[in-house]
Design a protein around this ligand. Structure first.
Ligand SMILES: [Zn+2]
Length: 452
């Protein structure tokens, strides 16, 4: 059934579509710009991840509070943050067809010319191929800003230009004083946000790994002005631990995660230290999360004239910032890749029950036996009060197990003819495939214990 040559990524993408995790965006119109839509089980998985994150880092901590800011902010924000001036990629434009490319990969340029404008390729005397014509067929590299531009109000004029936020971070800086005044927090404390961000990437790709529209979970953790390096390093190290703790909670295989210490000469100008947490995706080792010490760069830019004072008569300063960042879509992808297993002739997503779209599925053994269906419906309606529960009465039980394994449902409950007499059901465990007979009256407690 499975094509052995199909690579793991293709298999995961195909499973995602077949079972309703992720569909290609605007598919009936041929898709659109590497956009993806989360389907019925995908949105459950994604929401579970976001809710777990919010619970862990906001609700269960005294030192972090949340906000939910506007997607389109005053353009002055992007001026102060440096995005208007520097958030760009160098691009070249094909002189013939005006298509634009990142200028850092000569192979892409050569492929473009070979495919689209083969007439401009000439062979030299010794047989080498070369692109002939003026200026190599491309303009000089120009900086292309990655922010999505739009207009506020009906007039498409320069004065009305605004941008979709390219990151969630700036809202936490801009709202810093409002948060302080309303919560009376003292340093160290953090502001958290989950939300979408937009980047006009020239080369998106690898499924939901890099898209132009994506979701972030981010914390700006404000610390006192450090007098020695140890002062900020302590906070930084604590956040490294927190990020690994998080990965374990959602079932990301940490054996596949490594820390890339960004070299000093490649750091952003405001950063003193940055770690990229890289995950071994089927398409290669790529950035999953990031952690950066941003010094006092951000608050200094936004609150130039009004630094912070912990006490009325204390020294004025700009708090420093440790910034852990999680991509939501990358988390979904790493969770799926970590959970995907092929065992004999079954495919199973061994998702942690905390993130699984459904915790339990209920089946009547046969759908044309009203007494079985009725009993199963009763159980289903009862379990739904406590667990996200699936109902399936299609095909035979084997097919239903196969389907639930593919969406990672930890338990399946079957109501059979014996159930009508012994008031018990068969509970099948996704990972061990073992079946147990459980009294219906004890079922809810049994699942609660198992799903703890
Ligand atoms: Zn061209």
């Amino acid at each position: 059934m499975e094509n052995k040559n199909e690579n793991t990524m293709d298999k995961i993408i195909s499973l995602c579509k077949r079972r309703g995790f992720v569909f290609p965006g605007s598919e009936i119109y041929g898709g659109f710009a590497n956009s993806w839509d989360y389907g019925p089980v995908g949105v459950e998985l994604k929401n579970n991840i976001k809710q777990l994150w919010w619970k862990r880092f906001v609700k269960q901590r005294d030192d972090i509070v949340g906000i939910d800011a506007a997607l389109i902010m005053n353009p002055k924000v992007w001026e102060a943050s440096g995005h208007l001036a520097t958030f760009s990629d160098p691009l070249v434009e094909c002189i013939k067809c005006h298509e634009r490319f990142r200028s850092d990969d000569p192979n892409i340029l050569f492929d473009h010319v070979s495919n689209k404008h083969p007439e401009t390729i000439a062979k030299t005397k010794d047989g080498e191929t070369q692109i002939s014509g003026t200026g190599f067929g491309f303009t000089e590299p120009k900086q292309f800003n990655l922010m999505f531009k739009t207009f506020i109000g009906p007039a498409e004029e320069q004065a009305n230009v605004a941008y979709f936020r390219p990151e969630t971070a700036q809202a936490m800086f801009v709202d810093f004083k409002n948060v302080l005044q309303t919560t009376r927090k003292k340093l160290p404390f953090g502001i958290a946000q989950i939300g979408k961000a937009f980047r006009n990437e020239i080369t998106p790709g690898n499924f939901i790994f890099r898209t132009r529209e994506f979701e972030q979970m981010e914390i700006e953790y404000f610390i006192p002005k450090p007098s020695r390096d140890e002062d900020w390093q302590g906070f930084f190290d604590k956040w490294v631990e927190e990020m690994y703790g998080w990965m374990e909670t959602v079932g990301i295989d940490t054996n596949k995660v490594s820390n890339l210490e960004v070299p000093k000469d490649e750091l952003a100008h405001y950063s003193k230290r940055t770690i990229d947490f890289e995950y071994e995706f089927p398409f290669g080792k790529k950035e999953l999360y990031g952690l950066a010490y941003r010094t006092d760069f951000d608050l200094k830019n936004h609150f130039k004239e009004a630094p912070y004072k912990e006490e009325e008569d204390g020294e004025a300063f700009w708090p420093h910032v440790i910034e852990p960042t999680w991509g939501v879509d990358r988390t979904v992808l790493a969770v799926l890749c970590s959970a995907y297993k092929e065992e004999g002739d079954r495919v199973v997503l061994k998702l942690d029950p905390k993130v699984a779209p459904y915790k339990v599925a209920v089946f009547p053994l046969l759908k044309n036996k009203p007494e079985l269906v009725e009993k199963a419906r009763e159980i289903y309606n009862d379990l739904k009060k406590d667990f996200t529960t699936a109902w399936d009465d299609r095909g035979n039980v084997g097919k239903r197990y196969y389907a639930q394994d593919e969406i990672g449902t930890p338990f399946c409950v079957t109501v059979d003819f014996d159930s009508l007499n012994d008031n018990a059901v068969t509970v099948r465990d996704r990972d061990t495939m073992k079946q147990e007979r459980i009294k219906i009256s004890a079922l809810r407690d049994y699942l609660k214990e198992k799903l703890k």
